[in-house]
Design a protein around this ligand. Structure first.
Ligand SMILES: Nc1ncnc2c1ncn2[C@@H]1O[C@H](COP(=O)(O)OP(=O)(O)OP(=O)(O)O)[C@@H](O)[C@H]1O
Length: 303
């Protein structure tokens, strides 16, 4: 079931900036989507359009199978959100903030109270939001977005402001969305986090979707393959390098495509070259990001 559908959506701000320039995509129930792209690509604008906080200048948006213009307030309780401003009441405590939203949406997610313990906020439950650190506020904003057990959660930069331990807590939690029937859409400049959390990537640049697919599909489309690094104990003789077309990254190391590993190991065995270590050189989302940006710059010019 498709829970979000964009058809030819454009968004022009009053300033004249066209932040979204004709975007089509859909999101199915249970998908975990990462929206990535350079600064100013239109990620936040796209998220605000999904949330109905901005109206499209052109095109159609459907949420839960309905035209977004006809979504009633009550149905909004199916959605949770974390935006750049945490949207918390400074003069309420953590507990009061969460209970307030549960009352507004008339729905509870009891897992929230376990998360408060797990995210080390239990002893701050009765502390006013304005007395919390930026990182703690970010955690509460995430808890708030989940407090009414929404079907679709949308988070703009959820791991910004967090120290490494807190970030790990949040990323581990978000990874848990995989395999559930809840849908999650997040934006982040942290590609390592996106890679760990998401099952599909939408790459935006200058208001357009330039890549949309799983990590595997991206790898295939970009023709970049996972590699393996083989490190040997002695210098590989010239003759062996020449005869077998081996590419060296230094005199004792070769990096080769995964499917050539057995062939090269067999050569080394026959030639009595002792293999010291074999390491995976997996293509990361960051590798793909750089490759897409470079290819795009070459094709259309970066301006
Ligand atoms: N309220 C606004 N009024 C006018 N222009 C805006 C407004 N908000 C964003 N823009 C412009 O729209 C374009 C897209 O901005 P947006 O914030 O959606 O990008 P982003 O991908 O989220 O960027 P970042 O990674 O820097 O957060 C930019 O050129 C930005 O300057």
């Amino acid at each position: 079931m498709e829970i979000i559908k964009f058809k030819g959506v454009k968004k022009r701000y009053y300033s004249g900036t066209e932040a979204i320039k004709g975007v089509d995509f859909s999101v199915r129930k249970g998908e975990i989507i990462g929206i990535i792209g350079p600064n100013g690509a239109g990620k936040t604008t796209l998220i605000k359009l999904i949330l109905g906080l901005l109206k499209p200048t052109e095109g159609e948006i459907e949420i839960f199978g309905k035209d977004i213009k006809n979504i009633k307030k009550l149905e909004r309780n199916k959605i949770g959100m974390v935006l750049d401003t945490p949207g918390l009441y400074d003069d309420l405590t953590i507990e009061e903030n969460i209970k307030f939203w549960q009352k507004v949406y008339k729905k509870n997610n009891n897992e929230i109270w376990d998360l408060i313990d797990r995210w080390k906020l239990a002893e701050k439950k009765k502390t006013l939001i304005k007395k919390l650190s930026a990182g703690m506020r970010q955690k509460v904003a995430i808890l708030n977005s989940l407090s009414h057990d929404p079907e679709l959660v949308i988070m703009d930069e959820p791991t910004s402001n967090l120290d490494p331990e807190a970030r790990r807590d949040i990323v581990d939690f978000l990874k848990g969305f995989k395999g559930t029937d809840k849908s999650l859409i997040i934006t982040s400049h942290d590609l390592f986090d996106i890679e760990r959390i998401c099952t599909r990537i939408i790459f935006l640049r200058k208001g357009k979707v330039i890549v949309d697919g799983t990590l595997k599909e991206m790898k295939k489309a970009l023709k970049i393959e996972d590699k393996v690094k083989i490190i040997v104990s002695q210098k590989i003789p010239e003759r062996i390098i020449r005869e077998n077309n081996i590419n060296l990254s230094d005199e004792k190391t070769t990096i080769i495509p995964e499917e050539k590993v057995n062939e090269i190991l067999e050569i080394f065995r026959k030639e009595r070259i002792n293999v010291k270590r074999i390491e995976d050189e997996k293509v990361t989302l960051e590798d793909m990001y750089i490759s897409i940006v470079r290819e795009d710059e070459e094709n259309v010019g970066y301006n």
